[in-house]
Design a protein around this ligand. Structure first.
Ligand SMILES: *[C@@H]1O[C@H](CO)[C@@H](O)[C@H](O)[C@H]1NC(C)=O
Ligand SMILES: *[C@@H]1O[C@H](CO)[C@@H](O)[C@H](O)[C@H]1NC(C)=O
Ligand SMILES: *[C@@H]1O[C@H](CO)[C@@H](O)[C@H](O)[C@H]1NC(C)=O
Ligand SMILES: *[C@@H]1O[C@H](CO)[C@@H](O)[C@H](O)[C@H]1NC(C)=O
Ligand SMILES: *[C@@H]1O[C@H](CO)[C@@H](O)[C@H](O)[C@H]1NC(C)=O
Ligand SMILES: *[C@@H]1O[C@H](CO)[C@@H](O)[C@H](O)[C@H]1NC(C)=O
Length: 462
């Protein structure tokens, strides 16, 4: 595993190296498992190289579980671990497992509540959810559980879910979760798709894994709130968020791949959990078809595009990672709602071939650019771009791997339905420990967000 050279994160270095040494992009035949595994291995190695200063599987500097180099925030490291767990699932290559497991364990927080004290006062519900998605994947795939004395992956997912339930707020807008957990963060008055859709998806997954119908009831509650709000429409639009101070009357209509991925994934789990209930099938088909129309434009060769910001290269550091989550959940959808395979597999194949063509940079030659529809790499690389390419490439293994586990079919992660409640509930950080920097930092970011109506494509700032 290579040591991280921070310079390699700079696109100029990529361009320079490509200029000096004519690069050959990663090869991929998405119908051949060996080819998919080989391509994924190269791209994953570069992703891990961006994570930390690693030597032979051990972190030699930096804090486990964090993407050390700003401006990558806590949530994105959580998302990255989910991608690396998927990598292991799809390829059976366990090279990074110890590193991934150690990083995740370090960030679990008190009693596995995913509110680690360095982050908690700045956390949004969606930040916590992206970590929860990763511990849920660890649960579903029997990724090695934390050691005795530390809550199991399942217990951590349950803790987050119980915390979300406790934050559900009916005092305004008939319900829903706010974007931010604490009122001192700007963005507290925004109810967003990632938080509410995320609760929906996590609930559906917990229902499927544990068989406990209470989770499905809460998942439905979150979904029902979304459809009565302006955030999900009858013509299958998935909007970003809505302003509590204006009574949640209008939506910020930005459309992002990850929000669609969250909803498509959640609907697929509900479809599977309910054993092919027609209402969920209709919803799934509706959102999936709209996803294809929006994000796989024919004038970009039908490959996945982050239409809101990619073509003009205006995506921020968070947004470059969003295609990873749509790719991830499209694959899951094809697996657990098999009737969607004929629609989804060609999308994943075409996008994966295009993404692999972008991977020709960096010292290892597998650092990926951002615009999959271009014939040669655009040299715009980073953690998000790398995760997105890894996700869509590895997703092509979906028809080769065995189905996720449930508690009834061999899942072994230790759970605790009461995690995150009672004396186990996270303590609210004392307001007098909130520094001016916390408030100002968050304020600046949100001023940009709300000022330009770009909404929740942004998360937290530390
Ligand atoms: C996956 O790897 C493990 C060792 O890490 C091995 O025992 C197992 O047979 C492999 N499974 C497949 C399907 O290749
Ligand atoms: C919290 O921050 C301190 C100081 O930077 C660091 O030593 C510690 O490892 C961090 N803890 C976590 C869980 O990231
Ligand atoms: C089902 O989940 C609910 C909600 O978390 C919990 O209160 C209940 O104890 C769970 N039931 C079982 C049998 O685990
Ligand atoms: C299917 O799910 C919908 C939404 O939850 C529900 O209203 C309906 O009763 C279900 N249909 C059947 C046959 O269970
Ligand atoms: C649910 O998912 C499993 C794979 O995990 C699949 O075999 C099964 O057919 C799915 N159920 C339905 C109703 O599609
Ligand atoms: C990209 O490649 C395709 C086929 O290889 C070719 O038809 C097309 O003209 C190329 N586009 C550009 C912009 O080079």
């Amino acid at each position: 595993m290579r040591l991280l050279n921070p310079i390699s994160l700079l696109p100029s270095f990529v361009i320079l190296s490509r200029y000096v040494l004519p690069a050959k992009a990663v090869d991929l035949d998405p119908t051949q498992p060996n080819s998919i595994r080989d391509a994924a291995k190269k791209v994953a190695a570069d992703l891990v190289g961006m994570y930390a200063n690693v030597d032979d599987g051990t972190i030699v500097s930096g804090i486990p579980g964090l993407l050390t180099y700003p401006p990558y925030y806590w949530w994105e490291a959580g998302a990255m671990f989910g991608q690396l767990i998927d990598y292991w699932y799809y390829t059976n290559d366990s090279t990074f497992n110890d590193l991934v497991r150690a990083g995740m364990i370090h960030q679990l927080g008190d009693n596995g509540n995913l509110m680690p004290s360095n982050q908690s006062k700045d956390e949004g519900n969606d930040d916590q959810l992206f970590w929860a998605f990763s511990v849920m994947s660890a649960t579903e795939l029997n990724f090695p559980d934390p050691p005795e004395g530390t809550p199991g992956w399942l217990a951590v997912a349950q803790s987050v879910f119980n915390q979300l339930v406790s934050r559900w707020s009916t005092a305004e807008c008939n319900g829903g979760l706010r974007w931010q957990i604490y009122q001192w963060l700007d963005g507290y008055n925004y109810k967003n798709m990632a938080s509410n859709g995320g609760m929906f998806q996590l609930g559906a997954r917990l229902a499927k894994y544990t068989g406990n119908d209470t989770y499905a009831k809460y998942a439905e509650m979150a979904f029902d709130w979304l459809i009565q709000s302006p955030l999900l429409t009858t013509d299958w639009q998935v909007y970003d968020g809505t302003d509590v101070l204006k009574g949640c009357k209008d939506a910020d209509q930005m459309q992002w791949t990850y929000n669609y991925g969250i909803i498509v994934g959640g609907a697929a789990y509900m479809y599977n959990y309910t054993n092919a209930n027609q209402t969920w099938a209709d919803r799934l088909t509706g959102f999936l078809t709209h996803t294809e129309r929006l994000f796989f434009p024919q004038d970009q060769n039908g490959v996945m595009v982050e239409v809101a910001c990619e073509i003009h290269q205006t995506c921020d550091i968070d947004q470059w990672s969003f295609k990873a989550y749509l790719s991830r959940w499209l694959a899951v959808c094809a697996q657990i709602a098999p009737y969607t395979q004929a629609q989804i597999l060609p999308l994943l194949q075409k996008s994966a071939v295009a993404a692999a063509r972008q991977c020709d940079g960096g010292s290892s030659g597998a650092e990926c650019g951002s615009r999959w529809f271009m014939n040669t790499s655009d040299g715009n690389s980073g953690v998000g771009q790398q995760m997105s390419a890894l996700s869509v490439i590895a997703a092509n293994m979906i028809t080769e791997v065995q189905a996720p586990y449930t508690e009834d079919t061999g899942g072994t992660s230790k759970g605790n339905p009461a995690a995150g409640t009672g004396s186990d509930a996270p303590e609210t950080p004392a307001f007098d420990t909130i520094t001016t920097a916390d408030k100002a930092g968050a304020g600046i970011l949100t001023a940009i967000v709300l000022g330009s109506m770009l909404g929740g494509g942004y998360w937290m700032i530390t």
